[in-house]
Design a protein around this ligand. Sequence first.
Ligand SMILES: Cc1cc2nc3c(=O)[nH]c(=O)nc-3n(C[C@H](O)[C@H](O)[C@H](O)COP(=O)(O)OP(=O)(O)OC[C@H]3O[C@@H](n4cnc5c(N)ncnc54)[C@H](O)[C@@H]3O)c2cc1C
Length: 377
Amino acid sequence: MHYDVIVIGAGSMGMAAGYYLSRKGKKTLLLDSFQPPHNKGSHHGETRIIRYAYAEGEEYVPFILKARELWSDLEKETGKQLFLQTGVLNVGYEKSPFIQNIIASSNNYSLPLEVMEASEVNRRWRGISLSNDTIGCFEPTSGVLKCEECIEAYRELAVTYGATILTNSEVKEISVKDKHITIKTSSRTLTADSLVVAAGAWSGKLLSMLDLDLPLHPVRKTFAWYDCNEKMYNHYDFPAFAFDTSNGLYYGFPSIDRSGLKIGRYDGGEEINPDKPLDGFGELTEDEADIEQFLSHYMPAGNQLKYGKTCMYTLTPDEKFIIDLHPKYANIAIAAGFSGHGFKFSSAVGNVLSDLIISGKTELDISPFSMNRFKSI
Ligand SMILES: Cc1cc2nc3c(=O)[nH]c(=O)nc-3n(C[C@H](O)[C@H](O)[C@H](O)COP(=O)(O)OP(=O)(O)OC[C@H]3O[C@@H](n4cnc5c(N)ncnc54)[C@H](O)[C@@H]3O)c2cc1C
């Protein structure tokens, strides 16, 4: 069967791309090794933080504002609530790049931000205990995306717009001849005029079939839910959060509909082979200790572990994304290396990928995410 576009990887970025491509009239096929949304890649665990005053750098702000607009469009189109405006509390040392980038993003893009001393944070949220050498930056308009539900929404709509989705269909081979793309799974050969590669932790392996050697490093990550005092930590009263501490960068979510307080650590994690099963939560001795040292310092209200899970980040050396056309083939768009902070952008990334395939260009500035910043290209 021949398609206008094949998308390899129907996860966070790929499913959004499939939605935009099919909506824009392209005959689109999405292929995935599993049945997305699923719990084998980078998009499971119920929730992802979306914040706009961006600690990772101001260059992300136009992108995230576009993503916000597109998430809101998706909610309107599906009639589903995918975003919860819990606000996000960022905590760190006043002079740290983390806090300074947030304040600069807020000032330069007029984003609402309440900068507070530690004592004010402790007064406002009784479940938090900060020492006086840190400050809080509360972004009231940001919040939480229901990640699997977002992917499901894009999946349903993509099918409505005519896309075909083949699940349990791992791509084994890619070849390009005279701009003609051929893809092989174990049971099918498929062809297309254009290709999107959005294969998450497996991107390095797939891109090597297209002669690209990109510095993409999949790592194992853990996160866990804790039984908590619902009066303190429920999502109507308690925000999502990101804490840049001297022991690591931690993030978390309030208890949403009594799910418990969810916590994870952003930095660290062992490099892994995504084709091998991950050690489960608690199989490595540091899994629980890592999160519990954070809780005992900053949220010491007797929270008890319910359960934990593991997931993968795909890190680039500078932790910036790769969103680009293939340097040799203008009909291949690539989205990879989302370095543990990509979900919030996936609506905008999907739209950008569809623009790149259809017209070779896009309105958003994607130059910071070009792959030619790596020497290997
Ligand atoms: C624990 C955790 C917490 C996070 N928290 C946040 C957060 O709060 N905010 C935020 O913005 N981001 C967050 N992220 C990051 C975000 O979830 C990821 O950046 C994003 O999901 C990456 O999307 P992706 O499309 O690259 O990968 P995925 O969503 O994993 O999609 C890749 C897809 O490709 C498929 N695939 C791979 N190889 C093949 C093949 N050969 N053939 C067919 N299909 C294939 C896979 O099955 C998968 O479905 C978090 C990530 C983790 C793990």
